[in-house]
Design a protein around this ligand. Structure first.
Ligand SMILES: CC(C)(COP(=O)(O)OP(=O)(O)OC[C@H]1O[C@@H](n2cnc3c(N)ncnc32)[C@H](O)[C@@H]1OP(=O)(O)O)[C@@H](O)C(=O)NCCC(=O)NCCS
Length: 180
């Protein structure tokens, strides 16, 4: 997926840093630390879905970013372009674990912590655009999210291109939602 992103690596890392700050400022970004070393071993970034979906400008003349376009299409197939109320849908944007700590279930706790904090802030649903088999398994089968929309990578087109056709190990992106 990252390879299909138009942004150069420096720009992309600056975007992620800004996003991290934004999620943390809103109390919706969390990290897991190893107690013995105090090192960060996992992270989750989340924010209000209304912030992202409601500002999509369909008249934008800039060249389209394939990932942003895919995610907008996925959400639109369920939300139908409606204006979302604020503070209602928690958008879980990124989840990651240090390789040494993968497979231990830490990520379930990280996601559950984020969802509980969001619930305390008044959010009613948690939403994730899950791009791969592992995250889809975690959200659907382990955390009880329901599949609301699905786009196959080999079928998604942007102009004349199929920017994700080379992804074969994952079938597609899923919009997953859970009432919290
Ligand atoms: C996604 C990620 C955070 C999951 O962390 P993790 O520690 O591996 O997760 P867990 O061990 O709790 O659970 C992994 C589950 O996926 C399953 N799994 C592993 N490989 C799988 C595959 N190829 N297909 C389907 N399920 C798979 C495991 O069996 C396990 O499920 P189980 O507990 O029912 O057996 C981690 O793999 C990661 O950092 N990936 C890179 C970043 C990323 O892709 N993030 C998601 C998109 S934002």
């Amino acid at each position: 997926m990252a390879g299909a992103n138009n942004a150069p690596p420096k720009e992309f890392s600056e975007f992620i840093l800004g996003l991290t700050q934004h999620c943390a400022d809103n109390g919706l970004g969390f990290i897991a630390k190893e107690l013995t070393t105090n090192k960060v071993i996992g992270a989750i970034l989340a924010s209000d879905l209304a912030e992202t979906l409601n500002k999509v400008d369909t008249d934008d003349k800039e060249p389209s970013n394939p990932i942003a376009t895919l995610i907008t299409a996925l959400n639109n197939s369920y939300f139908k372009g409606e204006t979302l109320p604020n503070n209602t849908y928690l958008n879980i944007k990124f989840v990651a674990m240090d390789d040494r700590f993968k497979g231990k279930g830490v990520v379930d706790k990280l996601i559950s912590k984020c969802i509980n904090e969001a619930k305390n802030k008044g959010f009613k649903f948690a939403q994730a655009e899950a791009t791969g088999n592992v995250s889809q398994h975690i959200f659907k089968n382990k955390l009880g999210f329901e599949e609301k929309a699905f786009i196959k990578y080999k079928e998604f087109t942007l102009g004349d291109e199929k920017p994700f056709s080379e992804i074969t190990e994952h079938e597609g992106i899923k919009l997953l939602i859970k009432r919290i």
